[in-house]
Design a protein around this ligand. Structure first.
Ligand SMILES: Cc1ncc(C[n+]2csc(CCOP(=O)(O)OP(=O)(O)O)c2C)c(N)n1
Ligand SMILES: [Mg+2]
Length: 816
């Protein structure tokens, strides 16, 4: 699969590329240092220098070299290309590039392509009220801020999927390559189907150093680096040197060859002449860190060392020698040859800029909202199951699986939906999707394999980081997706989702030219409460706590109690933009509560009273029993039964919460409850016992400023996990029906000593449970087979029952 040889570049072309590179390096240094005198038309003075010198120089000459050469490649070959900057701290390089190509000034007209605009360009960089130092969302053409290193390649691949005409050039820092996420993401090349996807061209920037240390990949034998990349499915092309003329020539050749190889791979796949997994090209660019910058500062080598990482000359405002060194450095790029009198890039160099939307800063793929089309969604009603409240059982995620299968079918013509999961799609009972599509797989197969297909749309790889990067890249370029994962392991991507949340916060509120992208949807299943053959390691509902920090402008947390609610929640989430939606739903065969219609209304409002489970008769209740999550809902309902038997005159109001953030006020979340609404639902004074799926503190946090807050007590996950029975999990964490019923009784006003028998009976049931599971290895039959009935649960001994008549000072519903 070798491509035809490429004609060598003429020296004149390379001179232009070199001049363009010099121009971008000049603009990069200018941003780090200058606030005035951008073209050095007068001798540089200390007052021209910024008061705070911030930014990263070392990576930028390499990034500028890549970008300038890719421009040539785009022009000569009429390409659609996107650039991902792994070392995102090289922000000034990409700002310089987009400024040179004109895209920067198109979105920020005041930063015009002239000397006035150049001064603004310099002054704003890393300055208060200006722009960030990284390749942040403010920069056109960026889908990757790169502040937190490691995600460049996975973003690149996510962008390339289902974009057959796109080539994503991805600069990877050699330090970045040491991170876990980046190391894992080399595997992504194996998932690119050249017949239907675009291509990723990794450019490993082997500048040899990180902040203060050498990089591993720069110091291992070159042959081992080649082997490493070969093991990741790549043919490596090296470009190495510190002589610009040689490097330009070799870089041009390398990119021409890489493009020819990509086209060859795609041609073969698209004409069906080979089904062999391809070996994609990768470029390794070995150039000095801080190349063309100061060679020696204060007697210490800087160029080609880690010392060039940030600002090589630190004291230019105070030290005339440093100031002179800076001036000499900037003049070494010969700005007078590069910019005309007015500060515009000279004509010869303008000719290197790709046309219109082929400029990488103008790529619509980098502003995904421009390309996004709504996902076609089947009506949830078609998948709704018949429900007898609290008696029907079903597996919620299996019901969702049928819906997702048809989402694939309905969007097959646009190829804009993928499902991402770490080898858990079947385990999470979403297997119906395999009736419509397969798991992407281009490597060999054996007879026992199932559901693998080169054109599959289910992305399974046991690297949550890579999956997270893929789905982000896919969404950022205008498509749709769902990431399903075991609940506990969502934490693996805590930090990545933080970064995505920051991106969304900035783009949705502060950058008007960025159009909304589809929300990042998580399905957290195989959750803490039902880890039947796993244990403590698989029990952690804290992803909710993690994400709530990002605020409800970006985040939504949904806990559908049953399958029909899950369907409606999922449907709602797929229609949203610029959000992170977390859906927690179990996969086990569980009780169902709401019909399709009831579920739609319940989800629409986010929370509500379930009248059929309440005994307040529309009156002021004695107690509110609230719940969020499928297992807590079941336990809370079973507690209602017990209360009906034990304290038959107590009026219980049953409230279920689906959209957790509705507990907040409308200031925090537009669907949040006003204080008046909150009081109507939870009362101003009655005790509220809340059964929650996650850590109890989250409910307190969401309700901390409500009038009735001090009456709210919460049971939830208390970090008591192990491999045990489903009911034992709730008992261990005090979330079981007996404990909830006891919580309610204990909080009834004036109950005093009257309920001692009832409370003791409830305690005994927990002991009975503990003995039973040790003896029999399974839950008590009346617990495991419990269903909702409108009949009394059991005939209680009269002395256990707390009757209203027996309590002289307790008027039902009246102790207020
Ligand atoms: C995950 C993460 N860890 C640590 C850092 C701090 N950091 C910023 S730049 C850098 C060195 C990066 O080296 P490399 O990827 O080689 O980039 P370059 O040499 O091109 O600057 C480090 C460790 C970070 N940004 N992200
Ligand atoms: Mg480096």
């Amino acid at each position: 699969m070798t491509a035809s040889p490429v004609a060598p570049l003429r020296d004149r072309d390379l001179e232009h590329v070199d001049a363009y590179w010099r121009a971008s390096n000049y603009l990069t240094v200018g941003q780090i240092y200058l606030r005035r005198n951008p073209l050095l038309r007068t001798p540089l003075k200390a007052s021209d220098i910024k008061p705070r010198l911030l930014g990263h120089w070392g990576t930028t000459p390499g990034l500028n070299l890549m970008y300038a050469h890719l421009n040539r490649l785009i022009r000569q070959n009429d390409l659609e290309m996107l650039f991902i900057t792994g070392p995102g701290h090289g922000g000034p390089a990409i700002v310089a590039q987009t400024y040179l190509e004109g895209t920067y000034s198109e979105v920020y007209p005041d930063v015009s392509c002239d000397v006035v605009g150049m001064e603004k360009l310099f002054a704003q960089f890393s300055a208060p009220g200006g722009i960030p130092s990284h390749v942040a969302p403010e920069i056109p053409g960026s889908i990757h801020e790169g502040g937190e290193l490691g995600y460049a390649l996975s973003h690149a691949y996510g962008a390339a999927f289902d974009n057959p005409d796109l080539i994503v050039a991805c600069a990877v820092g050699d330090g970045e390559a040491e991170t876990g996420p980046l190391a894992a993401s080399w595997q992504a090349s194996r998932f690119v189907n050249p017949a239907r996807d675009g291509a990723v061209l990794p450019i490993l920037h082997l500048n040899g150093y990180k902040i203060a240390n050498p990089t591993l990949l720069a110091r291992i034998p070159r042959s081992e680096l080649t082997d490493l990349l070969s093991g990741a499915g790549h043919e490596t092309i090296y470009v190495e040197g510190d002589d610009p003329v040689t490097v330009h020539r070799d870089m041009a050749k390398a990119l021409d060859k890489a493009l020819a190889d990509i086209r060859c791979i795609q041609h073969i796949a698209r004409t069906g002449s080979s089904k062999q997994p391809p070996r994609w090209p990768a470029v390794v660019l070995v150039t000095p860190k801080g190349w063309t910058g100061p060679k020696v500062v204060d007697g210490l080598p800087v160029e080609g060392t880690w010392r060039s990482h940030q600002v090589p000359l630190g004291d230019v405002r105070k030290n005339p020698e440093s100031l002179a060194a800076l001036e000499a450095w900037m003049q070494s790029y010969r700005p007078d040859e590069l910019f005309d009198e007015g500060g515009r890039l000279v004509g010869d160099l303008q000719a290197l800029v790709p046309d219109g939307d082929q400029r990488m800063g103008a790529s619509a793929h980098a502003n995904g909202g421009k390309l996004r089309t709504e996902l076609v969604l089947p009506a949830a009603e078609h998948y709704a199951i018949e429900v007898e409240s609290g008696r029907t059982r079903a597996e919620a995620t299996r019901v969702l699986g049928a819906f997702l299968r048809d989402v694939f079918a309905a969007n097959a013509h646009t190829n804009n939906f993928r499902l991402f999961g770490a080898d858990e799609t079947a385990s999470n009972r979403l297997g119906s999707v395999f009736e419509e599509t397969g798991t992407t797989w281009l490597e060999s197969q054996v007879d026992s394999d199932v559901n693998l297909a080169a054109d599959g749309r289910v992305m399974e790889l046991l690297s949550e980081h890579t999956l997270q990067g893929w789905i982000e890249g896919y969404l950022l370029t205008g498509r749709h997706g769902l990431f399903s994962t075991y609940e506990a392991f969502a934490h693996i991507v805590d930090s990545m989702v933080n970064q995505h949340a920051k991106w969304l916060k900035t783009t949705s509120r502060e950058i008007r030219w960025r159009l909304p992208i589809s929300s990042l949807n998580y399905l957290l299943t195989s959750h803490a409460w039902r880890q039947d053959h796993n244990g403590f390691s698989h029990q952690d509902p804290g992803f909710l706590d993690h994400l709530v920090n990002k605020g409800s402008r970006v985040v939504r947390l949904y806990l559908p109690p049953d399958a029909n609610c899950l369907l409606h929640v999922a449907r709602e989430c797929f229609g949203t933009t610029d959000q992170i939606n977390v859906i927690v739903a179990g996969k086990q065969n569980s009780l169902q509560y709401l019909s399709g219609d009831e579920a739609r209304t319940h989800v629409e409002h986010g929370l509500g009273i379930w009248p059929w489970a309440s005994s307040d008769g529309g009156q002021h209740p004695d107690v509110v029993l609230a719940c969020a999550g499928d297992v807590p809902t079941q336990e809370a309902l079973a507690a209602v039964h017990l209360l009906r038997d034990l304290v038959p005159h107590v009026r219980v109001r049953f409230v279920n919460v689906v959209d957790l953030l509705t507990l907040q006020s409308p200031d925090a979340y537009e669907k949040g409850l006003t204080d008046a609404e909150f009081e109507r639902l939870f009362t101003p004074d009655a005790p509220v016992v809340f059964a929650f799926h996650g850590y109890p503190g989250l409910i307190h946090r969401l309700t901390y400023n409500r009038p009735n807050q001090r009456n709210i007590s919460v049971q939830g996950y208390r970090e008591e996990g192990t491999t045990t029975t489903p009911f034992d999990m709730v008992v261990r964490n005090d979330l079981d029906r007996y404990r909830l019923a006891a919580d309610v009784i204990e909080r009834l006003p004036n109950i005093g000593t009257k309920a001692a028998h009832a409370l003791q009976w409830l305690r005994y049931q927990r002991s009975r449970h503990r003995h039973h599971i040790r003896m029999h290895g399974s839950d008590l039959p009346e617990v495991a087979g419990w269903e909702w009935t409108t009949e009394p649960e059991r005939a209680m001994d009269p002395e256990i029952v707390v009757s209203a008549e027996g309590i002289a000072d307790w008027a039902p519903g009246g102790n207020r």
